[in-house]
Write a protein that binds this ligand. Structure first.
Ligand code: HEC
Ligand code: HEC
Ligand code: HEC
Ligand code: HEC
Ligand code: HEC
Length: 196
Protein backbone atom coordinates (compact mmCIF):
# COMPACT_ATOMS: atom_id res chain seq x y z
CA UNK A 1 0.00 0.00 0.00
CA UNK A 2 2.55 2.58 1.12
CA UNK A 3 4.77 1.63 -1.81
CA UNK A 4 2.01 2.64 -4.23
CA UNK A 5 1.60 6.05 -2.57
CA UNK A 6 5.27 7.02 -2.48
CA UNK A 7 5.51 8.26 -6.09
CA UNK A 8 2.50 10.55 -5.48
CA UNK A 9 4.12 12.00 -2.36
CA UNK A 10 7.23 12.74 -4.36
CA UNK A 11 5.25 14.35 -7.14
CA UNK A 12 3.34 16.81 -4.95
CA UNK A 13 6.42 18.79 -3.83
CA UNK A 14 7.70 18.71 -7.42
CA UNK A 15 4.40 20.14 -8.64
CA UNK A 16 4.49 22.83 -5.97
CA UNK A 17 8.05 23.70 -6.93
CA UNK A 18 7.01 24.07 -10.57
CA UNK A 19 4.18 26.41 -9.58
CA UNK A 20 6.50 28.50 -7.41
CA UNK A 21 9.05 28.75 -10.20
CA UNK A 22 6.34 29.75 -12.67
CA UNK A 23 4.99 32.47 -10.35
CA UNK A 24 8.57 33.65 -9.82
CA UNK A 25 9.13 33.92 -13.56
CA UNK A 26 5.88 35.81 -14.04
CA UNK A 27 6.57 38.15 -11.13
CA UNK A 28 10.14 38.82 -12.16
CA UNK A 29 8.89 40.79 -15.12
CA UNK A 30 5.34 41.99 -14.70
CA UNK A 31 5.68 45.20 -16.66
CA UNK A 32 7.47 44.94 -19.99
CA UNK A 33 4.91 45.19 -22.78
CA UNK A 34 2.22 46.73 -20.53
CA UNK A 35 0.07 48.97 -22.73
CA UNK A 36 -3.30 49.71 -21.11
CA UNK A 37 -6.24 50.89 -23.19
CA UNK A 38 -6.55 54.64 -22.61
CA UNK A 39 -9.80 56.63 -22.37
CA UNK A 40 -8.81 58.49 -25.56
CA UNK A 41 -6.70 57.01 -28.33
CA UNK A 42 -3.89 59.54 -28.10
CA UNK A 43 -1.21 58.66 -30.64
CA UNK A 44 2.32 59.91 -30.00
CA UNK A 45 3.12 58.84 -33.55
CA UNK A 46 0.72 61.50 -34.85
CA UNK A 47 1.72 64.24 -32.37
CA UNK A 48 5.34 63.93 -31.30
CA UNK A 49 6.91 62.14 -34.29
CA UNK A 50 8.75 64.18 -36.91
CA UNK A 51 6.68 65.11 -39.97
CA UNK A 52 7.08 62.83 -43.01
CA UNK A 53 5.72 64.55 -46.10
CA UNK A 54 4.98 62.28 -49.06
CA UNK A 55 3.24 62.70 -52.38
CA UNK A 56 0.20 60.43 -52.61
CA UNK A 57 -1.20 58.72 -55.74
CA UNK A 58 -3.20 61.79 -56.75
CA UNK A 59 -0.19 64.09 -56.38
CA UNK A 60 -1.21 65.66 -53.06
CA UNK A 61 1.34 66.36 -50.34
CA UNK A 62 0.33 64.33 -47.28
CA UNK A 63 1.97 64.10 -43.86
CA UNK A 64 2.37 60.45 -42.89
CA UNK A 65 4.34 61.37 -39.77
CA UNK A 66 3.54 63.55 -36.79
CA UNK A 67 3.67 67.21 -35.92
CA UNK A 68 6.98 67.19 -34.07
CA UNK A 69 5.44 68.61 -30.87
CA UNK A 70 8.26 68.57 -28.28
CA UNK A 71 7.89 66.16 -25.34
CA UNK A 72 8.06 69.01 -22.85
CA UNK A 73 5.19 70.91 -24.43
CA UNK A 74 2.93 68.25 -22.92
CA UNK A 75 5.08 66.68 -20.18
CA UNK A 76 6.10 69.61 -18.05
CA UNK A 77 8.34 69.69 -14.98
CA UNK A 78 10.54 66.65 -15.47
CA UNK A 79 13.49 68.96 -14.80
CA UNK A 80 12.19 70.35 -11.54
CA UNK A 81 10.17 67.62 -9.88
CA UNK A 82 10.26 63.97 -9.01
CA UNK A 83 7.46 63.30 -11.44
CA UNK A 84 6.87 64.16 -15.01
CA UNK A 85 3.30 65.28 -15.58
CA UNK A 86 0.64 64.30 -18.05
CA UNK A 87 -0.88 67.21 -19.96
CA UNK A 88 -4.05 68.83 -18.71
CA UNK A 89 -6.95 69.02 -21.14
CA UNK A 90 -6.27 72.76 -21.46
CA UNK A 91 -2.97 71.97 -23.19
CA UNK A 92 -4.75 69.76 -25.73
CA UNK A 93 -7.36 72.49 -26.24
CA UNK A 94 -4.68 75.04 -27.18
CA UNK A 95 -4.91 73.34 -30.57
CA UNK A 96 -8.09 71.28 -30.46
CA UNK A 97 -10.50 74.13 -29.91
CA UNK A 98 -9.98 74.54 -33.67
CA UNK A 99 -7.87 71.63 -35.04
CA UNK A 100 -9.17 68.15 -36.01
CA UNK A 101 -12.87 68.84 -35.41
CA UNK A 102 -13.87 65.90 -37.63
CA UNK A 103 -11.86 63.28 -35.71
CA UNK A 104 -13.71 60.81 -33.49
CA UNK A 105 -11.32 61.00 -30.53
CA UNK A 106 -10.99 64.77 -30.74
CA UNK A 107 -14.75 64.93 -30.16
CA UNK A 108 -14.37 62.68 -27.09
CA UNK A 109 -11.61 65.03 -25.90
CA UNK A 110 -13.91 68.02 -26.30
CA UNK A 111 -16.65 66.25 -24.34
CA UNK A 112 -14.30 65.85 -21.37
CA UNK A 113 -13.31 69.49 -21.65
CA UNK A 114 -16.87 70.77 -21.88
CA UNK A 115 -17.85 68.74 -18.81
CA UNK A 116 -14.80 70.14 -17.00
CA UNK A 117 -13.67 66.58 -16.26
CA UNK A 118 -9.99 65.59 -16.27
CA UNK A 119 -9.17 62.74 -18.65
CA UNK A 120 -8.62 59.60 -16.55
CA UNK A 121 -5.34 58.55 -18.23
CA UNK A 122 -4.07 55.21 -16.96
CA UNK A 123 -0.48 55.26 -15.71
CA UNK A 124 1.69 53.03 -17.89
CA UNK A 125 5.08 53.22 -16.15
CA UNK A 126 4.35 52.65 -12.50
CA UNK A 127 6.97 51.60 -9.98
CA UNK A 128 5.93 50.03 -6.68
CA UNK A 129 5.63 52.60 -3.87
CA UNK A 130 8.63 51.19 -2.00
CA UNK A 131 10.95 52.36 -4.79
CA UNK A 132 12.26 55.90 -4.80
CA UNK A 133 12.65 57.37 -8.25
CA UNK A 134 13.22 60.96 -9.34
CA UNK A 135 13.00 62.25 -12.91
CA UNK A 136 14.87 65.47 -12.22
CA UNK A 137 17.93 63.69 -10.74
CA UNK A 138 18.20 61.83 -14.04
CA UNK A 139 17.52 64.67 -16.41
CA UNK A 140 19.78 67.16 -14.61
CA UNK A 141 22.76 64.84 -14.42
CA UNK A 142 25.64 65.99 -16.66
CA UNK A 143 28.93 64.36 -17.69
CA UNK A 144 32.40 65.92 -17.34
CA UNK A 145 31.89 67.89 -20.55
CA UNK A 146 28.69 69.36 -19.12
CA UNK A 147 26.48 67.39 -21.53
CA UNK A 148 23.28 65.80 -20.15
CA UNK A 149 23.85 62.09 -19.59
CA UNK A 150 20.27 61.12 -20.34
CA UNK A 151 17.26 62.07 -22.39
CA UNK A 152 13.74 60.65 -22.49
CA UNK A 153 14.71 58.17 -25.19
CA UNK A 154 17.22 56.41 -22.91
CA UNK A 155 14.44 55.09 -20.70
CA UNK A 156 11.25 55.40 -22.76
CA UNK A 157 12.77 54.42 -26.11
CA UNK A 158 11.07 55.78 -29.23
CA UNK A 159 7.67 56.63 -27.71
CA UNK A 160 7.13 59.16 -30.48
CA UNK A 161 6.95 56.44 -33.12
CA UNK A 162 4.29 54.41 -31.33
CA UNK A 163 0.54 54.82 -31.56
CA UNK A 164 0.06 53.42 -28.06
CA UNK A 165 2.45 53.92 -25.14
CA UNK A 166 3.95 50.64 -24.01
CA UNK A 167 6.60 49.78 -21.43
CA UNK A 168 9.47 48.99 -23.77
CA UNK A 169 12.12 48.10 -21.18
CA UNK A 170 12.35 45.42 -18.47
CA UNK A 171 11.46 48.16 -15.98
CA UNK A 172 12.57 46.16 -12.94
CA UNK A 173 15.42 46.44 -10.46
CA UNK A 174 18.04 45.00 -12.79
CA UNK A 175 17.04 47.50 -15.47
CA UNK A 176 17.82 50.35 -13.05
CA UNK A 177 21.03 48.74 -11.83
CA UNK A 178 22.36 47.77 -15.26
CA UNK A 179 22.46 51.45 -16.12
CA UNK A 180 23.61 52.70 -12.70
CA UNK A 181 26.58 50.32 -12.89
CA UNK A 182 27.88 51.75 -16.18
CA UNK A 183 31.07 53.69 -15.35
CA UNK A 184 30.06 56.66 -17.55
CA UNK A 185 26.83 57.06 -15.56
CA UNK A 186 28.62 57.42 -12.21
CA UNK A 187 25.31 56.67 -10.50
CA UNK A 188 24.99 55.30 -6.95
CA UNK A 189 24.23 51.58 -6.53
CA UNK A 190 23.77 51.25 -2.76
CA UNK A 191 20.35 50.02 -1.66
CA UNK A 192 19.29 53.26 0.05
CA UNK A 193 19.50 55.14 -3.25
CA UNK A 194 16.23 53.54 -4.33
CA UNK A 195 14.89 52.06 -1.08
CA UNK A 196 14.61 54.84 1.50
C1 HEC B 1 0.64 66.54 -27.52
C2 HEC B 1 0.98 66.09 -26.21
C3 HEC B 1 2.11 65.09 -26.02
C4 HEC B 1 3.38 65.11 -26.56
C5 HEC B 1 3.97 66.12 -27.53
C6 HEC B 1 4.08 63.99 -26.00
N1 HEC B 1 3.26 63.29 -25.15
FE1 HEC B 1 3.75 61.69 -24.02
N2 HEC B 1 1.81 61.49 -23.38
C7 HEC B 1 0.78 62.38 -23.71
C8 HEC B 1 -0.46 61.87 -23.16
C9 HEC B 1 -1.83 62.50 -23.31
C10 HEC B 1 -0.14 60.68 -22.46
C11 HEC B 1 -1.10 59.78 -21.68
C12 HEC B 1 -1.78 58.80 -22.60
C13 HEC B 1 -0.96 57.59 -22.92
O1 HEC B 1 -0.25 57.07 -22.05
O2 HEC B 1 -1.06 57.13 -24.09
C14 HEC B 1 1.29 60.48 -22.64
C15 HEC B 1 2.01 59.41 -22.10
C16 HEC B 1 3.41 59.32 -22.13
C17 HEC B 1 4.19 58.35 -21.40
C18 HEC B 1 3.63 57.27 -20.49
C19 HEC B 1 3.28 57.86 -19.16
C20 HEC B 1 2.91 56.79 -18.17
O3 HEC B 1 1.77 56.75 -17.74
O4 HEC B 1 3.78 55.96 -17.87
C21 HEC B 1 5.50 58.58 -21.68
C22 HEC B 1 6.69 57.80 -21.14
C23 HEC B 1 5.55 59.68 -22.61
N3 HEC B 1 4.26 60.11 -22.85
C24 HEC B 1 6.71 60.18 -23.14
C25 HEC B 1 6.75 61.15 -24.13
C26 HEC B 1 7.96 61.54 -24.83
C27 HEC B 1 9.34 60.96 -24.57
C28 HEC B 1 7.60 62.51 -25.74
C29 HEC B 1 8.46 63.19 -26.77
C30 HEC B 1 9.19 62.30 -27.68
C31 HEC B 1 6.17 62.73 -25.58
N4 HEC B 1 5.70 61.88 -24.62
C32 HEC B 1 5.41 63.67 -26.27
C33 HEC B 1 0.91 63.55 -24.42
C34 HEC B 1 2.03 63.94 -25.13
C1 HEC C 1 0.33 71.90 -30.88
C2 HEC C 1 -0.98 71.48 -31.32
C3 HEC C 1 -1.60 70.22 -30.73
C4 HEC C 1 -1.70 69.88 -29.40
C5 HEC C 1 -1.20 70.63 -28.20
C6 HEC C 1 -2.43 68.63 -29.38
N1 HEC C 1 -2.76 68.23 -30.64
FE1 HEC C 1 -3.83 66.60 -31.14
N2 HEC C 1 -3.62 67.04 -33.12
C7 HEC C 1 -2.98 68.16 -33.62
C8 HEC C 1 -3.05 68.14 -35.07
C9 HEC C 1 -2.45 69.17 -36.02
C10 HEC C 1 -3.78 66.96 -35.42
C11 HEC C 1 -4.16 66.45 -36.81
C12 HEC C 1 -5.55 66.95 -37.12
C13 HEC C 1 -6.01 66.53 -38.49
O1 HEC C 1 -5.39 65.68 -39.11
O2 HEC C 1 -7.06 67.08 -38.90
C14 HEC C 1 -4.12 66.32 -34.16
C15 HEC C 1 -4.86 65.14 -34.09
C16 HEC C 1 -5.31 64.58 -32.92
C17 HEC C 1 -6.18 63.42 -32.82
C18 HEC C 1 -6.77 62.66 -34.00
C19 HEC C 1 -5.79 61.70 -34.58
C20 HEC C 1 -6.39 61.00 -35.77
O3 HEC C 1 -5.80 61.13 -36.84
O4 HEC C 1 -7.42 60.37 -35.60
C21 HEC C 1 -6.38 63.17 -31.49
C22 HEC C 1 -7.22 62.07 -30.87
C23 HEC C 1 -5.64 64.16 -30.74
N3 HEC C 1 -5.00 64.99 -31.62
C24 HEC C 1 -5.61 64.22 -29.36
C25 HEC C 1 -4.87 65.15 -28.64
C26 HEC C 1 -4.80 65.19 -27.20
C27 HEC C 1 -5.51 64.22 -26.26
C28 HEC C 1 -3.99 66.23 -26.88
C29 HEC C 1 -3.55 66.66 -25.49
C30 HEC C 1 -2.89 65.63 -24.72
C31 HEC C 1 -3.55 66.85 -28.12
N4 HEC C 1 -4.10 66.15 -29.16
C32 HEC C 1 -2.74 67.96 -28.19
C33 HEC C 1 -2.37 69.16 -32.87
C34 HEC C 1 -2.27 69.18 -31.51
C1 HEC D 1 16.37 57.27 -16.19
C2 HEC D 1 15.18 56.85 -16.86
C3 HEC D 1 14.15 57.86 -17.30
C4 HEC D 1 14.32 58.99 -18.08
C5 HEC D 1 15.62 59.53 -18.66
C6 HEC D 1 13.00 59.55 -18.29
N1 HEC D 1 12.07 58.79 -17.64
FE1 HEC D 1 10.04 59.11 -17.58
N2 HEC D 1 9.82 57.56 -16.25
C7 HEC D 1 10.85 56.78 -15.77
C8 HEC D 1 10.35 55.95 -14.70
C9 HEC D 1 11.18 54.94 -13.90
C10 HEC D 1 8.98 56.26 -14.54
C11 HEC D 1 7.98 55.67 -13.52
C12 HEC D 1 8.00 56.53 -12.27
C13 HEC D 1 7.13 56.01 -11.16
O1 HEC D 1 6.28 55.13 -11.36
O2 HEC D 1 7.28 56.52 -10.02
C14 HEC D 1 8.67 57.28 -15.55
C15 HEC D 1 7.42 57.85 -15.73
C16 HEC D 1 7.13 58.82 -16.68
C17 HEC D 1 5.83 59.41 -16.90
C18 HEC D 1 4.55 59.08 -16.13
C19 HEC D 1 4.37 60.09 -15.00
C20 HEC D 1 5.32 59.87 -13.87
O3 HEC D 1 6.24 60.70 -13.68
O4 HEC D 1 5.20 58.87 -13.16
C21 HEC D 1 5.96 60.32 -17.93
C22 HEC D 1 4.87 61.20 -18.52
C23 HEC D 1 7.35 60.32 -18.32
N3 HEC D 1 8.04 59.40 -17.55
C24 HEC D 1 7.87 61.12 -19.32
C25 HEC D 1 9.23 61.33 -19.51
C26 HEC D 1 9.79 62.36 -20.38
C27 HEC D 1 8.96 63.32 -21.23
C28 HEC D 1 11.15 62.26 -20.29
C29 HEC D 1 12.19 63.18 -20.94
C30 HEC D 1 12.03 64.61 -20.67
C31 HEC D 1 11.45 61.16 -19.37
N4 HEC D 1 10.26 60.64 -18.91
C32 HEC D 1 12.73 60.70 -19.04
C33 HEC D 1 12.15 56.77 -16.24
C34 HEC D 1 12.72 57.75 -17.02
C1 HEC E 1 19.75 54.76 -18.49
C2 HEC E 1 20.39 54.94 -17.21
C3 HEC E 1 19.59 54.91 -15.92
C4 HEC E 1 18.48 54.15 -15.64
C5 HEC E 1 17.76 53.15 -16.52
C6 HEC E 1 18.11 54.47 -14.29
N1 HEC E 1 18.96 55.41 -13.77
FE1 HEC E 1 18.84 56.24 -11.89
N2 HEC E 1 20.43 57.44 -12.31
C7 HEC E 1 21.11 57.46 -13.50
C8 HEC E 1 22.04 58.57 -13.49
C9 HEC E 1 23.01 58.96 -14.61
C10 HEC E 1 21.89 59.21 -12.24
C11 HEC E 1 22.59 60.47 -11.72
C12 HEC E 1 23.96 60.22 -11.22
C13 HEC E 1 24.49 61.54 -10.67
O1 HEC E 1 24.61 62.47 -11.45
O2 HEC E 1 24.71 61.59 -9.48
C14 HEC E 1 20.85 58.47 -11.53
C15 HEC E 1 20.42 58.81 -10.24
C16 HEC E 1 19.39 58.18 -9.58
C17 HEC E 1 18.89 58.55 -8.29
C18 HEC E 1 19.33 59.75 -7.51
C19 HEC E 1 20.37 59.50 -6.52
C20 HEC E 1 20.53 60.78 -5.74
O3 HEC E 1 19.83 60.93 -4.76
O4 HEC E 1 21.29 61.63 -6.19
C21 HEC E 1 17.89 57.67 -7.96
C22 HEC E 1 17.05 57.65 -6.70
C23 HEC E 1 17.77 56.76 -9.07
N3 HEC E 1 18.68 57.08 -10.03
C24 HEC E 1 16.84 55.72 -9.12
C25 HEC E 1 16.60 54.95 -10.26
C26 HEC E 1 15.60 53.92 -10.33
C27 HEC E 1 14.67 53.51 -9.21
C28 HEC E 1 15.66 53.41 -11.60
C29 HEC E 1 14.83 52.32 -12.23
C30 HEC E 1 13.39 52.40 -12.06
C31 HEC E 1 16.71 54.13 -12.31
N4 HEC E 1 17.26 55.04 -11.45
C32 HEC E 1 17.05 53.88 -13.63
C33 HEC E 1 20.94 56.62 -14.57
C34 HEC E 1 19.89 55.70 -14.74
C1 HEC F 1 18.86 51.91 -8.88
C2 HEC F 1 17.73 51.55 -8.06
C3 HEC F 1 17.80 50.36 -7.13
C4 HEC F 1 18.83 50.00 -6.29
C5 HEC F 1 20.19 50.66 -6.13
C6 HEC F 1 18.38 48.85 -5.54
N1 HEC F 1 17.09 48.53 -5.92
FE1 HEC F 1 15.92 47.05 -5.13
N2 HEC F 1 14.44 47.51 -6.42
C7 HEC F 1 14.48 48.51 -7.35
C8 HEC F 1 13.27 48.46 -8.13
C9 HEC F 1 12.90 49.38 -9.30
C10 HEC F 1 12.49 47.41 -7.62
C11 HEC F 1 11.11 46.95 -8.07
C12 HEC F 1 11.27 45.81 -9.01
C13 HEC F 1 9.96 45.29 -9.53
O1 HEC F 1 8.93 45.49 -8.88
O2 HEC F 1 10.01 44.68 -10.62
C14 HEC F 1 13.24 46.84 -6.53
C15 HEC F 1 12.81 45.75 -5.76
C16 HEC F 1 13.51 45.23 -4.69
C17 HEC F 1 13.02 44.16 -3.84
C18 HEC F 1 11.68 43.46 -3.96
C19 HEC F 1 11.81 42.16 -4.67
C20 HEC F 1 11.95 42.30 -6.14
O3 HEC F 1 12.99 41.91 -6.69
O4 HEC F 1 11.03 42.83 -6.78
C21 HEC F 1 14.00 43.92 -2.92
C22 HEC F 1 13.96 42.88 -1.80
C23 HEC F 1 15.10 44.83 -3.20
N3 HEC F 1 14.76 45.61 -4.28
C24 HEC F 1 16.27 44.87 -2.49
C25 HEC F 1 17.37 45.66 -2.82
C26 HEC F 1 18.66 45.59 -2.13
C27 HEC F 1 18.98 44.67 -0.97
C28 HEC F 1 19.46 46.52 -2.75
C29 HEC F 1 20.94 46.81 -2.45
C30 HEC F 1 21.83 45.69 -2.66
C31 HEC F 1 18.68 47.16 -3.80
N4 HEC F 1 17.43 46.60 -3.81
C32 HEC F 1 19.15 48.17 -4.60
C33 HEC F 1 15.50 49.42 -7.55
C34 HEC F 1 16.70 49.42 -6.89
Amino acid sequence: MSQARTPMRKLIPLGLLAVVVLIGVLMANPRQGYAPKQPILFQHSKMAAEPDWQTDASGNEVNLGGYGIPCRYCHTMPYEGRHSTLPSTDICMNCHSTVGQDKEWVLVLKDFWERGEPIPWIKVHDLPDFVYYDHSAHLNSVDDAGEPKLDCVDCHMDVENHAVVEVQTKFNMSWCLDCHRKPEMAAPTDCVTCHR
